[in-house]
Design a protein around this ligand. Structure first.
Ligand code: CA
Length: 239
């Protein structure tokens, strides 16, 4: 087997980017429907169908959450989880199990899983568990509320206010804004936004980002998001 991947990424500071998930699930229909649902919630989702591939990708350290099936080709979920923890990764792991009784809770917790769900589960329950895991992790970090002048973005509640008025954004608009707001004052490239807001399989036109930035300018304020020619976008922090 491939040894655990132990890349150590420098901490990205207190800022948060939009949450990025990895789904490791060999039931392709289930994997695809979960990915679709979570993408619609504004998360960026990658999917792999094999335990070794899952370990390799999760080991690269770019994920905020791993949804991990137990019975997998290549390497089972328990082993994937144990290898990630042994390599020092603290990413929250939600395990999926095919039927009641397959999952040994003691073993799961022992290998370092944070939570588990028994199939079939309702999508609503999955989303609730996912949000709880993300909150638990955020609780230890920086405040989820970002204030810049009259703009206030609550990345936990996923709400945006301009002065006293709440601004309603679509999931993708919110995800693009979040990417800019957590790095306010810095230039964020189109490629970075694409990478974090759309999943790795997206091979469409990077100009899609412009469409969302235009929408944000319309809904918020024209001068709020500056285009830095040839480099990307910057959320202005002045008032
Ligand atoms: Ca399976």
């Amino acid at each position: 087997m491939r040894p655990p991947v132990a890349h150590h990424h420098p901490a990205r500071g207190a800022s948060r980017r939009p949450s990025r998930f990895l789904i490791v699930e060999d039931e392709k229909r289930l994997a695809v429907s979960l990915a679709k649902g979570l993408t619609a919630e504004g998360y960026a989702v990658d999917v792999v169908h094999d335990g070794l591939e899952g370990l390799h990708r999760a080991g690269e350290g770019a994920y905020d959450l791993v949804i991990l099936d137990i019975m997998l080709p290549g390497l089972n979920g328990y082993r994937v989880c144990a290898a990630l923890r042994a390599a020092g990764h603290d990413v929250p792991i939600l395990m999926l199990t095919a039927k009641d009784g397959e999952y040994d809770e003691a073993e799961g917790l022992d290998t370092g899983a944070d939570d588990y769900l028994t199939k079939p589960f309702s999508y609503v329950v999955l989303v609730a568990r996912v949000k709880a895991l993300l909150r638990r992790r955020q609780g230890a970090g920086a405040s989820p509320v970002h204030v810049h002048g009259d703009l206030r973005v609550d990345t936990a509640a996923r709400r945006v206010f301009l002065g006293e008025d709440e601004v309603t954004l679509t999931a993708k608009e919110f995800a693009v804004l979040e990417q800019l707001v957590v790095r306010a004052g810095q230039v964020v490239s189109k490629a970075e936004i694409l990478e974090h807001v759309w999943d790795f399989a997206y091979d469409g036109d990077p100009n899609i980002v412009e469409v969302y930035v235009s929408a944000l300018r319309r809904k918020l304020r024209a001068g709020l998001i500056r285009t830095v020619r040839g480099a990307g976008y910057r959320l202005e922090t002045g008032r």
